[in-house]
Design a protein around this ligand. Structure first.
Ligand SMILES: [Zn+2]
Length: 113
């Protein structure tokens, strides 16, 4: 049997208002824009980053950078702590030069005469 409970409309409205940080008025012709208000931004509960433990006040962002030297690869950088993902264990703990050194060592290892 399902434990799911149907919410009354006032409960839905209360819940939505608790989650939404900012509403925006819209004028336009698309289906979405025919609504009077649309959600512009959801509230974010500050929490510790799962990798660096710094407190995030905005959703966490990780940038993916493409690199060509010494061979094509991707680097992932956490935008909160600016640390790079260690390809060996998946943790964000490397700085830029440790990451560069990892790929250079890997390249040398795979290109021995
Ligand atoms: Zn981080």
């Amino acid at each position: 049997m399902s434990e799911e409970k149907r919410l009354e409309s006032w409960e839905v409205e209360k819940t939505i208002n608790e989650l939404v940080e900012e509403w925006t008025h819209v004028t336009g012709e698309t289906a979405l824009e025919r609504a009077d208000l649309v959600i512009k931004k959801l509230k974010f509960t500050p929490k510790a980053c799962e990798d660096c433990n710094l407190i995030l006040t905005e959703p966490r962002t990780i940038h993916l950078n493409s690199n060509k030297i010494p061979f094509p690869h991707w680097k992932e950088v956490c935008q909160t702590c600016k640390k790079y993902r260690n390809p060996r264990n998946g943790k964000f703990e490397y700085n830029y030069s440790q990451t560069a050194s990892y790929y250079l060592t890997l390249y040398k290892k795979n290109n021995k005469d």
